[in-house]
Design a protein around this ligand. Structure first.
Ligand code: FMN
Length: 286
């Protein structure tokens, strides 16, 4: 299983604090939340990739978002120098502000740009080291399938497909029939993503990328409170100000809201304004 990138949640700091849980759940790789590949921006300047590739036992694959092939090239050279062996292109971000600018899922609407980005990605990372994460389409679930001749031109490591259109955002059902059409047209390994449980490959039937179900499952752990306290401590060291730490922790605990142990506590947690208050409600200690 591959840990899906969740911006604001599966950050480097999170992956370090929850490393044992990630490994125990069966993940062998994590894709980072997206980092922008834009002119003049150094991908190693940000917190996400600054520490390099050494991150415990799992493979960490930096994910980039952008539409400028030369910026992507520069970013990939930088991450390779930092020791990362793999990289991923975000072709799935559904937010209108991103996709209307031709980034994220928007790149599915500019096949020539997509082709250039894949070309640069495979050139810089080498055969079988550059991957793509995409939606089924922007509006229609057959858009990615129509682009498969372009993706098939390149020696991609894999194609992970969130089985929804960008228009759906995170709502509605996944379209697994459309996913299968993509998978059968693909020359590279195709990984399923979208509402999948934390389960071994033989249960799902193919390699899977899992995000929210894993994040939710952390709230069921006996040591959830302890891990949360460690996450607060580690976040305090890298963020300036308790408000930012509180925001980060709330974003995580929001996923635990449906769990019986957290649903009542959530009502108190969501209105907390101070980190101390949050910690005392969430883990019963100041
Ligand atoms: C809060 C949030 C942030 C996300 N950030 C990213 C991201 O940075 N890059 C990306 O490719 N997908 C991102 N996604 C999409 C997820 O990786 C994944 O495709 C989606 O949540 C469906 O999988 P799941 O149901 O297993 O969570 C994000 C999703 C959420 C909910």
């Amino acid at each position: 299983m591959i840990l899906a990138p969740l911006r604001g949640v599966t950050l480097r700091c999170f992956r370090e604090v929850f490393a044992d849980a990630i490994r125990e759940a069966g993940f062998t790789e994590a894709v980072t939340p997206f980092v922008s590949a834009m002119p003049g921006v150094d991908p190693l300047a940000g917190r996400e990739l600054a520490g390099g590739a050494a991150e415990g036992a799992i493979v960490v694959t930096p994910q980039f978002i952008g539409k400028d092939p030369e910026s992507l090239r520069r970013c990939l050279r930088r991450v390779r120098e930092a020791g990362f062996a793999t990289a991923d292109l975000n072709c799935g971000c559904p937010f209108p502000m991103v996709r209307r600018k031709g980034r994220g899922s928007g790149i599915l609407r500019t096949p020539d740009v997509l082709r250039r980005m894949l070309e640069v990605g495979c050139e810089e990372m080498g055969e079988g080291r550059f991957s793509v994460k995409a939606r089924l389409g922007v509006d229609a679930p057959d858009e990615l399938e129509r682009l498969m001749p372009i993706l098939n031109e390149f020696p991609l490591r894999r194609l992970a497909v969130h089985a929804r259109t960008a228009r759906q955002m995170y709502a509605g059902e996944c379209d697994w029939a459309a996913f299968e059409l993509v998978a059968s047209a693909a020359k590279m390994p195709v990984v399923a993503n979208g509402d999948l449980p934390v389960a071994p490959v033989d249960v799902i039937g193919r390699e899977a990328m899992v995000g929210r179900a894993f994040i939710r499952s952390l709230g069921e752990r006996e040591d959830a409170g302890e891990l949360l306290a460690r996450y607060a401590e580690a976040s305090r060291r890298e963020l300036s100000g308790d408000r930012a730490v509180l925001g980060r922790l709330k974003e995580l605990v929001a996923y635990w809201r449906p769990l019986p142990a957290w649903s009542r506590r959530w009502n108190a947690i969501k209105i907390c304004r101070l980190l101390e208050e949050f910690l005392s409600v969430a883990i019963g200690a100041p």
